[in-house]
Ligand binder design. Sequence first.
Ligand SMILES: *[C@@H]1O[C@H](CO)[C@@H](O)[C@H](O)[C@H]1NC(C)=O
Ligand SMILES: *[C@@H]1O[C@H](CO)[C@@H](O)[C@H](O)[C@H]1NC(C)=O
Ligand SMILES: [Zn+2]
Length: 775
Amino acid sequence: MYVLNLIGFPLRLLLPLLASYCEHRPPHTMPRRARNFFIKLTYFFKQFFDPSRRAVDSNGAAPQPCMSAPKQPPIPLSTHATALLSQPATTAPPSLPLVLPAPTTPAPAPRDVEPTIIAPISASSRSPAPVPPPTSTSDSLPPTPSSQPRHFYAREMFHNAQGIIISNSQFIDASHAGSGLERLLKFSMPDAFHDSGARYPPPKCHLGTRNEYIDLITNWALEKSNRKEPILWMHGPFGVGKSAVAQSCAEALESIDKLAATLFFSRSNGDRDDPRRVFTSIAYQIATKCPSFGEIISRRMTEHPALATKSLSKQFEDLLVQPLGQVDIPGSGLEGCVVIIDGLDECRGTAEQCEMIKIIAASVDKHTTPFRWFITSRPEDPIVRTMNSSTISPVCSRVELPVSRAIDHEILVYLTDEFKLIRKDHGFPESWPSEEVLALLVERGAGLWIYVGTIVRFIKDENSLGPEDQLRIVLEFAKDVSGKIGPDNPLAEMDFFYTLIMQRVPPKVRTTVQKILLVHSVLSDDPSYVATALRLSADQLRRACSSIQSVMELQGSDLNSMEIQFYHTSFLDFMKDPQRSKDLCIYSDFLIRCRRELLVWLHEVCSRSTDSEHIVFPLGTVLPEGLSSANHYANVVAWFWGLCEVPEHPLDSQTATSLAELPFKKMLGLLGDHGELGIYDGQARDNLPAEFRDKIIREGRCPIPGCMNTGKVWILGHGENETVPRQWETLGFELENNQGLRNGKCICGAQIRRGRRPISARIARVAQFLLNTLP
Ligand SMILES: *[C@@H]1O[C@H](CO)[C@@H](O)[C@H](O)[C@H]1NC(C)=O
Ligand SMILES: *[C@@H]1O[C@H](CO)[C@@H](O)[C@H](O)[C@H]1NC(C)=O
Ligand SMILES: [Zn+2]
């Protein structure tokens, strides 16, 4: 202490002066006596004076390799919880045999890539060009939307995103992009275009149905009706066929060259719900339609590659208004062309939905764009309020698409056609089904297309004793449900039907199905990720999915080409809403059980494993051939985070207690170099009970010694288990191996103090100075 006081004080004052002097006398040229003194002094000050070390010692966060992680067995949950977890009926893990082939390992992402040059992969990797519209349209009901794997976005696009898990393989480097248009396409949602391959075959109006609405809309578009407003909003409940009407209108308008752009939002299918890609998608489609606009926009995108990541209003201004200002509108053919935005309520974020309406309304009001806008949505409150507002209602005409018994005859035509096909396939007599049965089904459908379509798929279900038996189940169901809810309540009846579908799945398979739906909802809708997270083979995945084939479809033969498609968003909505799906719900209790199950598993893996090359799973974890432990482990870590981030479903305190004791440092250390990435934006923290937040995830000064970061970084865990994950700017962090420094940088991305020697070296200089000046 004495020395510290004696030398510490002059050191601080003298240091700047001494620095240049000492440069000429590096330690190895010192006389022996001085060198010994130097060594001692260095040791002394390392012990007592190094501020970075002190900081670390105080919270035990020295960055060491994870092999030194605690060896104690985990104490994940109380015995009560563990008992709960092992109850077979509701908590059993997937019971399909766990032997499977390998999904391919995703290619590693480019490291250290700056945010601005990371572009989101677009669906274009699978369906690069829009597919020409289908020619045969007559028998395309029921709706068969399709899906692409969910895609993920550049770092800058995450500000408002919630709980996004991304995979390395999903990134591409936009610097490889050719023209500005390609760049724009990468920021678009081509799967959501009316003629996309992903939506093929698109839901369309059964021949002759909904004609009055299609006429109404095309007449409005061509300004042949008394609806003069430049925005037309069609609203109606789910399943009445809004998308089918919009699709039919798109094709009708396209055939007369009056279609500017289309966007069909879908919450449950792939990446078709991103508000930040709406105006880019529209600009892209207009660019392909109008070459002069295309040239301008291509140049702009090349000069300002980040344009596509700006705020919605800036995007609208820079990608549409300004370029259009330079185009000869009358000569371009764009005047009065229609932009169709279908299912606005399925766009992510109610604030964004409303903002979009306001931006569009302001534009038509000021005539900054030459288009007419056709928007469809469910009558959700925020949208209705926005449409009702005094600035918007004058420019917006509205039309309701009701659940209508007026289409009963159309539904009858549809059913008759479908049953004719079934009869042909199975060699049933002409008399099957009876006219009474057809009439009853029309009655039950009560004008709700999606319901009728689901019933037909249910009857056709190959996983059954055959159509006759399935029809019998439907008729029993109809009798039963009409006693419960009465006639003409198709929306409620739809829920009962979804319940029936789920209840008919054998209990063991049902748990797997629920998990598939859960992974699909929180992690990725790419079947290969679903399969690796759940340790399912392609065949097991296919069998599980086929048990609910009336609501979803799994296309493709192997995991890499497979795609999961839902016929209608309402099914996932149903499964996520505990009020509607009750004990079948994939959130609520099921979510809690899955979190606990995974947490127990993670605790056990951490306590059994030594490093990323030697991951040891709990007994009974059978990995399919070809699937590496590291890959599966990474997927489970990502999946667990996804589960913690489900909005509006906070963690219970028991789970949080166990999570707080998770050895985070070791957990990340076990991840290989090309695991999944998780991006955190605060949702997981918000989901924690307040008293656990700082123990599990917090923002604070980087505790790594020598780190020059003055800002806040995300820190996981506390005490001995604390660790700093690789940071993503201020947006979040990555769930991947965080060991070691890169290019002299701290794990948080900041510089590690370098060049300037640590304080002990400075002291040595003082010492040398003092020695040299001794007589
Ligand atoms: C919106 O306006 C319609 C009539 O234009 C009205 O019936 C409805 O109640 C209004 N809704 C809201 C939420 O203001
Ligand atoms: C760190 O992790 C181990 C292993 O799970 C656990 O036993 C210990 O309690 C944790 N430490 C803290 C401070 O939570
Ligand atoms: Zn740091």
